[in-house]
Design a binder for this molecule. Structure first.
Ligand code: ATP
Length: 370
């Protein structure tokens, strides 16, 4: 069905977001997979949807690509409404490129032919130029004649990227593109791809359950849970100013420490007063939980707050310690790795919690987030 009559904005106008999702809900049969999700992505932005398995990330991508119908809401690309209930523009007309976890390369075609496979609309001469330019761009010129089984995992993923980028899509969608690669390669390739997409101002949505992938690529990150978008923010804010307990729990490490609001900027806890630099939403006297990140715990040999090291995990420049106090409370603490304690050592700490993040008390939650 044509969607030409359903333009929300004049296509190509400078103020139009490249992608706008408004109130999108999707079902599989009677099962709801996405609830009332809205977001906008501007041209050249690299954003990420992050969340645990089954939270609906892939469904959102499939809806943007045109493979998933909408129960309610709309999807617009470059000002043109491309999906709404009962009305869906086919995937090949959307100018959207996709890269998946499993590469999905044609095994019987060479690297060059794989990349060329998405360019049938071009003349043979234009096809050749485009393929050689894009292979150069992703650093694969040297292996252009090889077949997928003759490539490493990282190279195969570059071919998949080159094939998705060759038709010059308006929007690139990547679903867990690095998850089959080992950690080292995954970080390197993620950074390289991110730099390339930024340099070429390619608008991109990455979907992942891995926060390191999300942090290395997403300028804006949407945290999803159970089909809902919980917070759409920078990595810094998700870590330091999580909007709810799920986000606080899912992003980074930490514990939730019971406390009582003492003044608009301070709480009283078993470790004494903790003071932040912003007002607490809950009224004075409320029972709350304070988010304590490992970097809020500072080593202090002279402190009267002392606990026992019960676990240590070497992280290179830093060591993540688990410290248990007499009350039974356990915190995670990140110390420079020259502060090398052994399990069983007694250490003194103080708390420097500038971003005092508090939540209404939740008695059902577990203590340590790992
Ligand atoms: P993962 O990270 O594991 O890929 P996800 O966050 O991408 O998960 P989706 O694949 O979007 O999640 O799935 C969202 C929900 O919809 C899940 O409960 C899933 O079981 C369900 N679902 C996904 N695809 C189908 C399908 N084809 N038929 C029925 N239910 C589906």
């Amino acid at each position: 069905m044509s969607m030409a009559s359903s333009k929300i904005y004049p296509a190509g106008s400078r103020d139009v977001p490249l992608l706008e999702i408004q109130g999108m809900s999707c079902n599989y049969g009677l099962e709801r997979a996405v609830y009332d999700l809205s977001l906008t992505v501007n041209k050249g932005d690299q954003v990420c949807l992050l969340g645990p398995s089954g939270c609906g990330k892939t469904t959102v991508l499939r809806a943007v690509a045109g493979f998933q119908p909408l129960l309610s809401g709309s999807v617009s690309i470059n000002g043109q409404c491309v999906s709404r209930p009962g009305d869906i523009l086919s995937p090949e007309k959307r100018r959207v490129g996709m890269v998946f976890q499993d590469h999905a390369l044609f095994p019987h075609l060479s690297v060059e032919q794989n990349v060329e496979s998405g360019l049938r609309a071009l003349s043979p001469a234009d096809r050749r130029t485009t393929v050689s330019e894009i292979l150069e761009r992703v650093g694969l010129t040297r292996v252009a004649q090889r077949f997928p089984h003759e490539l490493s995992g990282g190279q195969q993923q570059r071919v998949a990227l080159a094939r998705a980028l060759a038709p010059r899509p308006l929007l690139l969608l990547m679903d867990e593109p690095f998850s089959s690669l080992d950690l080292d390669l995954r970080e390197r390739l993620g950074q390289e791809v991110s730099d390339m997409l930024k340099a070429d101002r390619i608008t991109c949505i990455l979907v992942t359950h891995d926060q390191n992938d999300a942090f290395s690529m997403g300028e804006q990150i949407g945290v999803m849970a159970e089909g809902r978008l919980l917070q759409w923010d920078t990595a810094y804010n998700l870590y330091h100013e999580p909007g709810n307990r799920f986000v606080a729990d899912f992003i980074g490490n930490g514990i939730f420490l019971p406390a009582k609001v003492k003044t608009p900027r301070a709480v009283e806890s078993e470790f004494g007063e903790l003071r932040g630099d912003q007002d607490i939403v809950m009224p004075t006297g409320s029972q709350v939980e304070v988010l304590i990140r490992p970097d809020d715990v500072v080593l202090d040999a002279d402190s009267s707050i002392r606990g026992e090291v019960v676990h240590k995990a070497f992280k290179g420049a830093e060591i993540l310690y688990t410290i248990r106090f007499e009350t039974g409370t356990t915190v995670l603490a990140l110390f420079p790795s020259h502060a090398n304690f052994a399990v069983g050592d007694n250490v003194g700490v103080r708390f420097e919690v500038d971003h005092l993040v508090t939540f209404a008390i939740d008695t059902t939650a577990t203590d340590v987030i790992e």
